[in-house]
Every structure is written in C-alpha cells, then in structure tokens.
Ligand binder design. Structure first.
Ligand SMILES: N[C@@H](CCC(=O)N[C@@H](CS)C(=O)NCC(=O)O)C(=O)O
Length: 346
C-alpha cells in the first residue's frame, strides 16, 4: 500500500522559489512512473552539495535536481534574494532538521559542521527520498543515508569495522574543515583566491544580512521562521566580524595545514582510502571535493611539501564523479580560477 509522502507538498512549495525552471531537471533516467525516487535541493557551486552529488553519481542514482541560486546580489532595482532563504524552503528544512535534534547555529567559527556549529536552517543541500517519505539535511548525514539505502554499485562505507571506522574518522575531519573561513575570509598574507571571488566576498555578508532582516520583517507573525532567520543573522554577523581579522584567518589556515599534515601520515597508516585498489570510499569522495575546493582557492601550495597528499589530490580528480561534480561544476558555476588549469581537463 502506498503511503502519502508528506514531503511532496513541501518540496513543490520550495521548488516554486526557483526563479528559472531550467534549474529543475532530472539527472539520470527516472523509473517507470517518471518521477525519480530522490530529489536534491542544492547549488552547483556549493561544496556540501558537491559532496552529495558525487555520492549520487557514484551510486548512479537518478534524482530530481532542484538547483537553487544561493548567492543574493544587488539587481538593477533592488536586492535579489538567495532562493534558499525563501520561507517555503526554510520551512521544509526546519521540518527535516528536527530529526537532528540540534539547536540552531548561534555564532560563527568558520566551520559548517552541524556537529560543532548547530543546525543552520538557511543552507543547502537537502535530500528528499520520495519513496521512503523522508527528508534528510546535512551533507554528511545525506551521504551516509544514501550509502545505506543504496549500497550498489559501490558501497562507500566499508563493512569491515576497522576500515569503516577509519572512513568515518576522515569524514568527520573533512566535515570540520573551516571551509566557510577559507571561502569568505581575507587572509592577511596568503590570499590567492580568484579576484572576482574576492570582490563578491567583500559584500556577501552585508547582502545576506540585509536579505535576512527583510525576511524577519516580512514574516514577523511566524515565530519559528523568525527564529530561523535570526539564527542565520547571528552566524553571518559573526562571519562579517572576522572576515578581515588577521588572527582568525591565520588560525583557520593553520588548522588546515595541520589537517593536511595529518592526512599525509594517515594515507600510509589508516585504511580509509581504496583509490589505489580501484575502489572508492566516502572519505575519498569528501576529500576529493574538499581538495578541489582548496585548489580552486589557490591553496594547493599547502600540500607542496606533502607528496602523498599531492598524489592523492591528483588521482582523485580522475574519478569521473569528482571530475564532473567537483571540478567541472566549480568551473561552470564559480568565478574563473587560474589555479584550476592543471585539472580542468580531469
Ligand atoms: N553542515 C551543512 C552545511 C551546509 C552549508 O553550509 N551550505 C552552504 C554551501 S556548502 C550554503 O548553503 N551556504 C549559503 C548560505 O550560507 O547562505 C552540510 O554539510 O550540509
């Protein structure tokens, strides 16, 4: 017997916020009913979305791609708001996020991990499993969910306990990389981000906060929505405060350098990667996406003296899923970056 899918109406309402219908597509071939089982609300440029799309690609899962424009901007007349701030999408995220049992995000550390920051109600990605009548938020939880419900053709979390633990350990490390700080922050002495990105990042927080304040005012009668927008404002204000804070930016970079140094060792001692055996794990997928992002940002020099990390980063981009969902998606959706030349052909 079919169960009603409580997410169908929420998803339809959230989809209505997507200004360009061409951004709602089906990836792969949907089943007999014409509707794919999965639907992903995401953004081409979003690192967390790239992680999930890499997993979907590895699993060859068809899905409805509901691609949101997540960067607001000043249009000719007024502010054009990011689509994932739309009330219908945020309400859907709030409903899906309850399962996490986490408080809202309340400040800024440069990280985006739910585990350390709390729940951000105004971000992508969000996965709906229309068949199971479930919605899952947080890229890490989504990837693990997809691996559990669809273990073929490649199982990304190995069955063997030691390997599984090693993979999950790396998944946690990647999840805690301060990617927000790396993308949005102005490093005082080693900021090699593409010029057009730097320009966008010099007003991004102001535009986000302006949009969110307007949404608070427009939905003043909806306490849950207002609380969600206020939490997001608190986070973005925190980001604004440290955007050009030299000590904060240096600390974020030092953290990454330490994590990469540890990866250099772990590549020898920890059984988390199967890349050299023709296999692929969730750690490979997530490191692949994150190393492409670091390269895009001009941070590849951080592994210049780490030969194993360098070889790993180079090998990962040849995986078709990563070539498409991390490399090509970044090239197509983000400002051009000279740092990507060496891998643009994957
Ligand atoms: N822990 C969440 C973090 C999600 C997140 O931070 N998403 C970013 C893109 S990777 C986003 O939507 N940013 C837009 C914004 O903050 O307005 C996850 O992994 O899914």
């Amino acid at each position: 017997m079919d169960h009603p899918n409580p997410w169908a109406a929420r998803a339809a309402a959230a989809r209505a916020a997507i200004a360009d219908p061409a951004r709602i597509t089906t990836v792969g071939t949907a089943g007999a009913g014409g509707e794919p089982r999965f639907e992903l609300f995401h953004a081409a440029s979003s690192l967390c979305s790239q992680k999930v799309r890499t997993v979907l690609a590895e699993k060859r899962l068809p899905y409805r791609s509901s691609e949101m424009a997540i960067l607001g901007h000043m249009g000719p007349d007024d502010l054009v708001m990011a689509e994932h701030y739309d009330p219908a999408y945020v309400r859907m995220r709030l409903a899906a996020g309850r399962a996490l049992g986490r408080a809202f995000v309340s400040g800024y550390s440069g990280r985006t991990a739910v585990e350390t920051e709390g729940f951000d109600p105004c971000v992508v990605p969000l996965l709906i499993d229309h068949q199971a009548g479930r919605a899952v938020v947080d890229s890490r939880a989504i990837c693990i969910y997809l691996d559990a419900v669809s273990p073929h053709p490649v199982q990304l979390l190995p069955e063997a306990p030691a390997e599984r633990a090693a993979v999950l350990h790396q998944v946690g490390i990647v999840d805690r990389v301060p990617n927000g700080a790396l993308l949005y922050g102005f490093h005082p002495d080693a900021d090699d981000r593409p010029a057009a990105l730097k320009e966008a990042m010099s007003t991004v927080y102001e535009l986000k906060i302006l949009a969110l304040k307007r949404l608070v005012a427009a939905h003043a009668g909806d306490a849950e929505l207002v609380a969600a927008y206020r939490a997001k404002i608190a986070k973005e204000r925190g980001g604004l405060q440290v955007r050009r804070d030299a000590a904060f930016q240096r600390a974020a970079r030092q953290h990454v350098q330490a994590v990469l140094g540890q990866l250099e060792q772990d590549l020898v001692t920890e059984p988390f990667s199967q890349l050299d055996r023709g296999g692929f794990t969730l750690a490979d997928a997530l490191w692949g996406v994150n190393l492409v992002r670091m390269r895009y940002l001009g941070m590849a020099p951080l592994w210049a003296a780490l030969p194993r990390v360098g070889a790993y980063a180079d090998a990962l981009v040849h995986r078709p899923s990563l070539c498409r969902e991390a490399v090509q998606a970044s090239l197509q959706s983000m400002p051009p970056s000279d740092h990507m030349q060496s891998i643009a052909g994957c």
